[in-house]
Design a protein around this ligand. Structure first.
Ligand SMILES: *[C@@H]1O[C@H](CO)[C@@H](O)[C@H](O)[C@H]1NC(C)=O
Ligand SMILES: *[C@@H]1O[C@H](CO)[C@@H](O)[C@H](O)[C@H]1NC(C)=O
Ligand SMILES: *[C@@H]1O[C@H](CO)[C@@H](O)[C@H](O)[C@H]1NC(C)=O
Ligand SMILES: *[C@@H]1O[C@H](CO)[C@@H](O)[C@H](O)[C@H]1NC(C)=O
Length: 544
């Protein structure tokens, strides 16, 4: 814990070039990975074989990629094409930088998902004829896997709902348009129905809702932190009881869809003793922005973040100011515990044609720095990524960025912000070639090792520069399902440990694995060794 706190200060002392590195707009690098993946990356999830599942919607019209083997989808109920031989979901292979078309049977638009403890992606809901469906995707390495659909897997229609994986291995599905309730998947029995959630009635703005895609995090006590509109509660989902009501976010502006800020659970430090949990909510559009935008008045986005210690019995929001106002941003936890705020617009709101003035520069937020020195502006992209865009972390530490389609169809011409079919990668400054000698490389355990709770884990690594033992941490990241500016199930654990020398440039760090299933639900995580803020490539570990 000590080293984690001191790190930013020591960084400045140890790196003579860090001042220059940290100058505005010279950090971070953009690479175009593919100029056309055929669809617009609206929903994304990294799986434990380093393949990313991407999908948009079936009723955008014909996509730019055909279904495999001359397949076509016949759906008399689709609102665009009842016979469609194009794909609306693809699998992206990170290592090969290649795309494989997948087939969804009904509309998956504005849906949610979570990866189950066995690594299978379970997606829920969507629009129209797909709003009660559950879709299963089992990762494979031979190109044989595809979506399997369970037509009426849900008790209620789920469109703009948020999912979270639970300690018992099920997922909870919360809200969605005109759904003031939650349900589980899989169900305990066929008869298990949805449960009422009055919080979603209380937070529903009659004019523009502003409580869709609520921000949901599993707190370290096993309760769920739920944030919708400008309110938050701690919720015991098993008993249906509100455990704690948090204060309203200062200023009172809404932060969830369509106001669409973003939120993360900041790194959890599993270093013995009680664990604090902080939530950071950033950006969004002010109250009334949706109605204003529909009338052609695109108001400036919010430039504030609120941070709250959700484990504190009397918590308060601490407000901070971002260097750039942003609506529809994504917040990505980087392996070193920093937060990348990326994508979005500086005016307007979420919704068809309602965003203006893309924010091209990401910002890094350093949660351990003192207030006033946490934000750092990064080099800009050239591509607007506003409504229906996404960003996720990859195992090598890059951030995969795609999407942007503020139109009801694929529109490439005669519009201000054409449908974007590209994929880019943003590389934070820890991937600079000149810091490669400071980058640890994990030697053991091998990727896909299984671990348990509260176990001693020895991670062996090499590093070519001189190692500062006090500046080594191990982190574990749960990859998120990201859509509409929210990364569901995103979670980062800091495991501090003791470093010993094994040989020339070779070290081991001994850490204790997470204490409990509330801290880290069973399933696949990326594990990184971080030295002086520079992470190794991750390895996959499965908590069993
Ligand atoms: C996608 O397909 C449309 C329709 O065929 C075409 O007009 C457009 O140029 C294509 N876009 C890209 C990026 O290939
Ligand atoms: C289309 O909708 C009708 C009426 O809801 C339903 O009975 C039918 O099964 C649907 N067809 C398909 C292919 O989903
Ligand atoms: C987008 O394209 C569709 C046809 O594919 C067209 O009907 C629609 O008007 C276009 N939208 C805009 C905003 O130009
Ligand atoms: C690291 O060393 C300290 C002091 O010797 C000890 O208390 C702690 O248990 C060690 N941690 C691990 C994970 O071995």
């Amino acid at each position: 814990m000590h080293s984690f706190l001191l790190r930013p200060v020591l960084m400045l002392l140890l790196l003579p070039f860090s001042r220059e590195m940290y100058t505005r707009a010279t950090v971070g690098k953009w690479d175009l990975l593919r100029h056309n993946i055929g669809i617009s990356a609206m929903h994304m999830q990294l799986l434990n074989n380093d393949k990313v599942i991407i999908f948009d919607r079936t009723d955008f019209g014909l996509s730019n990629i055909s279904l495999p083997n001359g397949k076509c989808r016949n759906d008399p109920n689709d609102t665009a094409f009842q016979r469609d031989c194009t794909a609306h979901s693809v699998e992206y292979d990170v290592a090969l930088n290649s795309i494989r078309p997948l087939m969804v049977l009904t509309d998956i638009w504005c849906s949610a998902a979570a990866v189950m403890p066995n690594g299978v992606l379970v997606q829920t809901g969507g629009f129209n004829d797909g709003d009660h469906a559950v879709r299963i995707y089992k990762p494979c390495n031979d190109g044989s896997c595809d979506w399997q659909e369970i037509k009426n897997g849900l008790a209620q229609r789920r469109w703009y709902a948020t999912n979270h994986i639970l300690p018992d291995g099920r997922q909870i599905i919360i809200g969605g348009r005109r759904q003031f309730n939650y349900e589980f998947y899989p169900k305990k029995s066929q008869a298990e129905k949805a449960y009422n959630l009055p919080f979603l009635v209380q937070t529903n703005d009659p004019k523009s809702e502003n409580n869709l895609y609520p921000f949901v995090f599993l707190n370290v006590d096993g309760n769920l932190f739920l944030f919708a509109n400008n309110q938050a509660i701690l919720f015991n989902y098993m008993k249906g009881v509100v455990v704690r009501t948090y204060p309203t976010v200062p200023g009172g502006d809404p932060r969830s869809y369509p106001s669409t800020g973003s939120a993360v659970l900041l790194p959890l430090k599993n270093v013995g003793g009680a664990i604090d949990a902080d939530v950071l909510v950033c950006g969004g559009a002010p109250k009334g922005a949706y109605i204003n935008a529909q009338n052609g008045n695109f108001v400036r986005a919010l430039n504030t973040c609120g941070r709250i210690r959700i484990t504190d019995p009397n918590p308060l929001w601490v407000m901070e100011t971002m260097p750039l106002a942003r609506v529809m941003g994504d917040m990505v936890l980087l392996p070193n515990g920093n937060v990348l705020i990326i994508n979005g617009a500086s005016k307007g709101t979420a919704g068809w044609e309602l965003g203006r003035d893309p924010v091209l520069s990401p910002v890094i937020y350093r949660p351990e720095n003192p207030i006033g020195s946490r934000f750092e502006v990064q080099n800009p992209s050239t591509k607007p990524r506003m409504y229906h865009s996404a960003a996720i972390l990859l195992r090598d530490g890059r951030v995969l960025v795609g999407g942007n389609n503020p139109h009801a169809y694929y529109n490439f011409t005669r519009v201000s912000y054409p449908t974007d079919l590209t994929l880019e990668a943003f590389s934070p400054s820890y991937l600079n070639p000149n810091s490669m000698n400071m980058r640890p490389r994990i030697v053991s355990p091998l990727s896909r090792t299984t671990i348990g709770y509260q176990q001693l884990l020895v991670v062996q690594f090499t590093i070519s520069c001189m190692l500062n033992k006090d500046l080594v941490i191990v982190t574990m990241v749960a990859p998120s399902f990201t859509t509409h500016s929210f990364a569901m199930n995103q979670r980062l654990l800091v495991l501090s440990g003791n470093v010993t020398v094994v040989g020339k440039s070779s070290y081991q760090v001994k850490v204790v694995t997470p204490d409990s299933v509330n801290l880290a639900v069973r399933g696949y995580y990326l594990l990184f060794v971080v030295h002086q803020d520079i992470p190794s490539e991750g390895i996959w570990v499965q908590i069993k």
